[in-house]
Write a protein that binds this ligand. Structure first.
Ligand SMILES: Nc1nc2c(ncn2[C@@H]2O[C@H](COP(=O)(O)OP(=O)(O)O)[C@@H](O)[C@H]2O)c(=O)[nH]1
Ligand SMILES: [Mg+2]
Length: 395
């Protein structure tokens, strides 16, 4: 009987010290896969460390090793790799594994066996029986967290692992994927959970198989965990809306408007801080609403400044130092503060103290005064900060 062929895509970026070892470990798995021929396709994104040269050499000396050069990005490597495989290598099973040796290569056997059993998609999983995640604490929190966000928002809830690369699937499934909705050109690793979602939408019958994920022995991680988390959350909301029939390109927009979104998120946390202190000063220190608003707004300004400085605009460089920036930021926000105080003052003058009964809940008028300040202050800050931000960029 003719043997079936598994082509394992190995994406690489600066993996010169481990690549050769990984390749031989993957090819070795063939002995545990009777009826299958295992080949690898190394997909390198022009690694500056010369990984591509090693890959080229391996592909010349071994007919079971192939090589493809692509642009930067894990998604680009993975997707272009499978496309190339389908066009040139005639595979019966498409597989993918990290090239850095973090994943025990024997997972390939379990992945391919699941496909043999009739599944369209096999997922290497650290979170099923027999699986292991030996990463650092923060990375473990990330993988568990993204899995949870994904399972709750996108589903199906029964799935355990959504971010790992170790996978195998059928060429038929790959051809059914809607690549217009798959953000495979992004620079984070969002392609992994997104591919899973698109595969399930394309009707994939999937199975999770155990996988052991070790700490890196060589080289460094290219995973930008903060950016990846952001992508997982926005992608998951986007996918949820899509499932409800709402086709709003949230992921695309937030990718492009990242700074603006961060600014908005900071503003939102600022509002919570503001409200907390506003109520605290009124209820615990007996301040008048307008006075309290003055103090709480300043605390919120300091909060927002810190977040914007160390997060939102972290990569913006210009001539002003942190104290000068704090001064400018405060000055800009001062307008917002004055507006806030005036709005509360005005409403207080008209309506004074009082309560409304909403069901079982007794709400003081001053709550409404606070929320009334949000729209005008938001508009003011948006307009003026845009101008300042834009000015800063010019320096
Ligand atoms: N072709 C290609 N491969 C990449 C790129 N970024 C990461 N990889 C590979 O993807 C795999 C997983 O990346 P890694 O940095 O180990 O992420 P981690 O395991 O999540 O820490 C490794 O084999 C990397 O070499 C890229 O931009 N292009
Ligand atoms: Mg790795």
């Amino acid at each position: 009987m003719e043997k079936k062929k598994v082509v394992v895509v190995l994406p690489t970026y600066n993996e010169k010290n481990v690549l050769e070892k990984t390749v031989s470990k993957v090819l070795e798995q063939e002995k545990n896969l009777p009826g299958f021929r295992v080949e690898v396709l190394i997909v390198d994104s022009g690694s500056p460390d010369g990984t591509g040269e090693i890959a080229k050499r391996l592909s010349k000396s071994n007919p079971r090793v192939h090589f493809l050069e692509v642009e930067r990005g894990l998604g680009v490597g993975i997707i272009r790799g499978h496309q190339y495989s389908l066009e040139h290598l005639n595979p019966d099973v498409l597989a993918q594994l990290d090239a850095d040796g973090q994943v025990e290569a024997d997972v390939l056997v379990r992945l391919v066996e699941a496909i043999k059993e009739g599944y369209d998609l096999a997922l290497g999983s650290r979170f099923v029986k027999g699986g292991e995640n030996q990463l650092s604490f923060t990375r473990r929190v990330f993988s568990m967290g993204s899995s949870l966000v994904f399972r709750i928002l996108v589903g199906p809830f029964g799935i355990r692992e959504v971010t790992n690369s170790a996978r195998a699937f059928t060429p038929e499934l790959f051809k059914r994927i809607n690549f217009d909705r798959l953000p495979w050109r992004e620079q984070t690793f969002i392609v992994q959970p997104a591919f899973l979602n698109e595969a399930i939408l394309a009707g994939a019958k999937y199975k999770e198989v155990p996988l052991v994920f070790k700490n890196r022995a060589e080289g460094y991680s290219k995973n930008k965990v903060v950016n990846y988390t952001y992508d997982v959350i926005t992608y998951a909301i986007d996918a949820r809306l899509h499932k409800w029939g709402i086709n709003f390109p949230l992921f695309y927009i937030t990718r492009r408007a990242k700074t603006l979104i961060k600014f908005g998120v900071v503003g939102f946390t600022g509002t919570i801080v503001d409200f907390f202190f506003y109520k605290f000063f009124i209820n615990s220190l007996g301040m008048l609403p307008a006075t309290s608003k003055g103090f709480s707004a300043e605390i919120a300004i300091l909060n927002n400044f810190a977040w914007n400085h160390f997060w939102t605009f972290r990569y913006r460089k210009n001539k002003t130092n942190v104290w000068q920036k704090l001064g400018i930021f405060n000055f800009v926000s001062l307008g917002g503060l004055v507006i806030g105080v005036l709005v509360v003052k005005l409403l207080y003058t008209f309506f004074g103290d009082g309560f409304v009964q909403i069901g079982n809940f007794r709400a003081a008028y001053n709550n409404f005064y606070f929320f009334a300040t949000i729209p005008p202050v938001l508009i003011w800050n948006f307009a003026i900060n845009n101008l300042i931000t834009w000015k800063n960029q010019e320096d």
